[in-house]
Every structure is written in C-alpha cells, then in structure tokens.
Design a protein around this ligand. Structure first.
Ligand code: AMP
Length: 416
C-alpha cells in the first residue's frame, strides 16, 4: 500500500515520525527540519478526513522517564506547523482512551516512546556480562511485542515516516507493523523521498562519483567506507579521522584526535583504495589550534607534522583545494560528516569548502546527497540547503541504506 493510494477518511492513523529535534537549555527547538519533514504525511491524513496519533522518540532516555526529553516540549511547535491544536498523551502506553476519543481532523502526540525500554527492546538496568542477561533479553523481546501491540491498538492503520530510525528494529519502527495487514501499513512521503534519493545514488550512479566522509572517527564509518570503495571514483576522508591516517603513516599529530586501535585499519583502507584505483583524498595540511576552543591560537601546519601541544581542528588551505578538485567535476556526490569542528565558527573553512564545491557541482548537473545531522547542520549554517539535490534526515539509516543493507523499518512494511 502506498500513502497516495490510501484514503484516510474516518480512519485513525498511527504515524511514526522522527521528532528527535535538538532543544536548547530552555527546551526551545533550535532546528525544526525534522518536524517540517513530516508535515506532508500528517497533512495528507488530516486533509483526507482522518485523525492522527503521532509517535516519536527523543534522545536516549534508556527506558526511564526524563522530563528533559519529554515531547510535551514540542507540542506547541507541532500545533503551529500543522495548524491544528495537538493533544498530548503523557504516557504513550496508556493512551487508548485519548486515541479512541479522537475525531477526524484531530491529532494526538504520544510521550517519548523511549521512556519505555520496550521501544528499543533492550533489557534495562542489567549488563551484558550478567548471567541473567539472556533471560532478561528474552523477556524484553516478549514485552516489546506487547508494547507494539498496545501502540497498534490505537489505530486502524500504520504509517512509518521516520527514516532516521529506519535502521532500527524497534517496537514503533518495525515490530508494530506485524499487527497491521499489508493494506493498512505504508511508508510516509518523507520515507518515500528518502528511499528514492538513496536509489538515485545506488542504482543510478553517474560517474565520477565522489564520496566525502568526515566526522570524528573512522570506526563508526568503516562499513560505509569499505562499501563505497567499490563504487566511488574519489573518496575524501576528512575531519578527525585525518589524524588516525596521518599517524598510521608515521606522522606526528600532536594532541589531535586519534583512534590508536585503528591505525592498521587506516593503512588497510589506503591499500584497498590503491588496489581498486580509487582516488583517496586525505588532508595534507590542517588548521592546528593550541586548545579545543573557538578562540584558540591557530597555525597552518602539515597534517603529519603537528607540533606538540597543538591539535588539528580543520582542513588547511591546500587540503581544501584538493577537496574542491575532487568534488567539482563529479556527477554523483555523497557527503556525511564535517571536515572540522564546524561547531566553532573559526574551524568551518574545510566544511565550507566542501559545501561550496558541492553547490557548484550540483549547479553543473550533479546529483548531491547530504546526510547525517552534522553535515546537514553545516549546510544550514552556510545557508546552502537549496543548492544541493537532496538533504536526508537520516544519518546511520542513510549510511546503512547506501551500504545496501535492508532497513528493518522499510522491510517491515514492504515485507522484504
Ligand atoms: P561524528 O559524530 O563521528 O559524525 O563526528 C562529528 C563531530 O566530529 C563533530 O561534532 C565535529 O566537531 C567533530 N570533528 C570534526 N573534525 C574534528 C577534529 N579535527 N577534531 C575533533 N573533532 C572533530
């Protein structure tokens, strides 16, 4: 079933969205991209004459109630964007009566699903090395089914529009789908768009294909890096991982961030790129700082010869040129992860050079896909969101999809 084929008139739809929006210390939303992303789906249901039960997680409360992660903080913002006064259910597992009372056109937002350990289905308060862990895990899996069944009981149909969590087999993202038949579960518009964007990169690659992987660590990106090696022409590895590569090759990296247990892996990646004829672009110079702060003193030094007491926090000018050269001629571009500590205004030049080159290539006809919270934040910070082809709401989910993995959230609906 697709959302366009379904008529929601008189129906109650339970919709999994990703409203895990960043909040400031006063509980104010600092970036509402994710809420805006779900609006087309929610509005379609309301315009058809249906009612909506919205469910989401926020942060990582790990099965415990945490007022700082309460979705009550976003009720007004969702109401304003939807143009409907949104009701709030303070306990997502006890919202049966509120859901039953919903009339067409009405909206109920459930409290943070992850206040229940059942959402993620991992035992709470017991360590993996505890002999009782396996039993606790089994019990939790059973409880997760019950939790999903309760959520399912609120509605006539289920819509999953949370791409950001589609790589998780949680109660609300996958297990719940078992309680609806194939004609009563579907992907939302945002999810459909995300799947299409991934498909553009995977099955319709136009060469040259340049992938840019940044961020702090190699370890969290290794799966995608290895997978991309078979597809890309240019692979830019930047951000904090630069220094693991520099050290692995005998460089001196001062206080720069480094994964000492990944030095062999870095050498392996370099060798594989060579064997496969991939143009691997690593930082050659960097902006080094004398401390981890925006107003630190800085100097441009070789990425493999950083003085003691200094740390590389951004790509240097020569590196930025090399990035641009590998991006500008590309026809397909994937970017995940910043090239420096972009949260500090004085260390954004590397990420900005990437964003500018992507915008230029996109204007010249390339398909550019940007994903992951930090790269998206970069693009927004530079005001360049309309200069790229597609901005994904997924980080981990996007990378897993591009690795070619089947996402449980999508499989649960499509039955793959
Ligand atoms: P990740 O969560 O692995 O995608 O990494 C994102 C984070 O990497 C951002 O918060 C950046 O500030 C950080 N980052 C990027 N470059 C560096 C660097 N050279 N040193 C330390 N952190 C970095």
């Amino acid at each position: 079933m697709t959302i366009d084929q379904f008529n929601f008139a008189g129906k109650k739809a339970i919709v999994r969205v990703d409203f895990n929006v960043p909040l400031d210390e006063n509980g104010k939303i600092t970036d509402d991209t994710r809420i805006r992303g779900a609006l087309p789906t929610l509005k379609k249901i309301l315009n058809d004459g249906g009612s909506v039960i919205i469910m989401s997680h926020m942060g990582k409360p790990k099965g415990k109630v945490n007022p700082k992660l309460s979705l009550s903080q976003i009720v007004d913002a969702v109401s304003e964007k939807l143009g409907v006064k949104v009701q709030f259910a303070p306990d997502c597992a006890k919202a049966g009566a509120a859901a039953a009372a919903l009339k067409p056109g009405e909206v109920l937002l459930l409290e943070n699903l992850r206040f229940y350990g059942e959402e993620e289905g991992k035992p709470v308060g017991i360590e993996k090395d505890d002999p009782a862990y396996e039993d606790a895990k089994k019990a939790m899996k059973a409880a997760q089914k019950e939790f999903a069944k309760t959520l399912a009981s609120y509605a006539d149909c289920y819509v999953n529009d949370a791409f950001g969590t589609a790589h998780r087999k949680h109660a609300s993202t996958a297990v719940i789908a078992d309680y609806f038949d194939a004609d009563h579960k579907m992907l939302g518009y945002l999810m459909e768009k995300e799947v299409q964007a991934v498909d553009n990169v995977l099955s319709n690659i136009k060469h040259p294909f340049t992938a840019i992987m940044g961020g702090s660590k190699v370890s969290t990106k290794i799966g995608i890096i290895e997978n991309l090696m078979d597809k890309v022409d240019n692979l830019i590895l930047c951000g904090g991982m630069t220094y693991t590569f520099a050290k692995a090759q005998g460089g001196h990296i001062g206080n720069s961030i480094c994964e000492d247990d990944k030095l062999d892996l870095a050498l392996d990646i370099i060798a594989k790129a060579k064997a496969k004829g991939v143009n691997l672009v690593l930082g050659t110079d960097c902006v080094a700082a004398d401390r981890f702060a925006n107003d630190a003193n800085t100097q441009i030094v070789p990425a493999n010869n950083i003085p003691d007491g200094w740390e590389g926090l951004d790509a240097g000018p020569e590196t930025r040129k090399a990035f641009a050269a590998a991006i500008e001629g590309a026809k397909t571009i994937l970017w995940n992860g910043p090239a420096g500590v972009f949260e500090f205004d004085n260390f954004t030049d590397g990420s900005r050079a990437i964003a500018e080159a992507i915008a230029k290539a996109t204007a010249a006809g390339a398909f550019s896909l940007i994903g992951g919270g930090d790269s998206v934040a970069c693009i927004n910070k530079f005001g360049m969101a309309d200069k790229v082809s597609y901005i994904s709401t997924g980080g981990g989910a996007l990378l897993e999809a591009i690795e070619g993995k089947v996402l449980p959230g999508i499989a649960a609906i499509k039955g793959e």
